[in-house]
Design a protein around this ligand. Structure first.
Ligand SMILES: *Cc1c(COP(=O)(O)O)cnc(C)c1O
Length: 345
């Protein structure tokens, strides 16, 4: 089994490679985490009751249909193991999230990919590639590493074009950056043939706490939960997540700042002649003339302590994925890219 391709990065610092939020979590979440630490001698709530109630309230969901995970990666992993095994196919997309491949290997399932068009998920290509062995169709929306989003109508068209025995998993790790119109997709889960996953790692600025959640039908949730570690989320993570989701204002402010910084960054790149796919996330995929150009920009950035993510693992070695970070980093990154464009390399 191939190891998951982690980036070669310095530890414990903010880079431009992991799509982390440059803003720390809500002060209310930090306070709740501090208070929870003092009861660390007691096991956490295995039913995540307070946290689930808060998510259910904020999103208008049935708490019984929500599963909480040590990051949404744990939910994705368990859903794959619940619905696919040897002889089954899990269909993702060409530039889809690489962790899916790891989850498939753990489940013994085959991982196939439908082509994307212009760095965008193609519903037609997915419907064409889905066959009778396809147990799961997995779409990251907005996509990582492309940043592009399908609208809710397209996603509904995909769901309706798939047989009821194919589980559709929509990974909405970046949806807060794409806007509230994508929230309507959470309702897909009620059908019983769809799962939607979310995370506290990006917009809520809590990547280090490892908290994600998924919404399924209440019946499917009951079965998938058997595969989760029964004490998967520490009491500190649960307390922080509960407080963080109740502080929507903090999250929206952080997202608005990132989106404004992203749009300024993209305008400068476009003025310099770059054509990045339209990002609905907190990162930008920047295509270069060829892989040598991408490599050269990556090494210039690294020399100055900035670490973009190279895209070799995705078959996009002419691209770099750049997380929207702190203002001075984005300023310097934009300058490096402008200088590169002027050099004509
Ligand atoms: C960051 C990310 C996640 C979130 O993973 P966590 O385990 O919740 O930190 C999920 N999917 C994609 C595509 C991501 O980029």
């Amino acid at each position: 089994m191939a190891p998951y391709p982690l980036a070669n990065l310095p530890r414990g610092v903010l880079t431009l490679a992991q799509n982390e939020n440059p803003m720390p979590p809500s002060p209310a979440a930090v306070e709740a985490g501090r208070a929870a630490v003092t009861s660390a001698n007691i096991y956490p709530d295995p039913d995540w009751q307070a946290m689930r109630a808060a998510i259910a309230e904020v999103h208008g969901l049935d708490a019984e249909s929500i599963l909480c995970g040590a990051g949404s990666m744990e939910i994705i992993d368990c859903v794959v193991r619940a619905y696919a095994g040897p002889g089954d196919t899990v269909l993702g997309t060409q530039y889809g999230y690489l962790f899916l491949s790891t989850a498939c290997q753990r489940a013994g399932a085959r991982h196939e990919m439908a082509p994307e068009r212009d760095y965008k998920v193609s519903v037609d290509a997915l419907l064409e590639a889905a066959g009778p062995d396809t147990r799961i169709v997995f779409v990251c929306n907005p996509g990582n590493p492309t940043g592009t989003a399908l609208d809710a109508d397209e996603m509904t068209r995909l769901r309706e074009g798939l047989p009821a025995c194919t589980m559709l998993v929509v990974d909405q790790a970046y949806t807060e950056y794409a806007g509230p119109e994508h929230d309507s997709l959470l309702a897909l889960a009620e059908r019983g043939d769809s799962v939607v996953t979310r995370t506290f790692s990006k917009a809520y600025g809590m990547a280090g706490m490892r908290v994600g959640w998924g919404v399924l039908s209440a019946d499917a949730a009951q079965h998938v939960r058997k595969l989760l570690n029964p004490n998967n989320l520490s009491s500190v993570s649960q307390a922080m997540a509960e407080a963080a989701i109740r502080d929507q204002e903090h999250m929206r402010r952080a997202v608005a700042e990132t989106v404004a910084a992203r749009d300024r960054f993209v305008s400068r790149l476009e003025a310099a002649g770059y054509v990045p796919p339209k990002s609905s996330t907190n990162f930008v995929l920047v295509p270069f003339a060829d892989s040598a150009a991408a490599k050269s920009v990556e090494s210039t950035m690294r020399e100055e302590g900035m670490h973009p993510r190279n895209m070799t693992g995705y078959g996009l070695d002419h691209c770099l994925r750049i997380t929207v970070g702190l203002a001075y980093t984005m300023e310097r990154t934009a300058e490096i890219l402008e200088e590169h464009a002027e050099s004509g390399a």
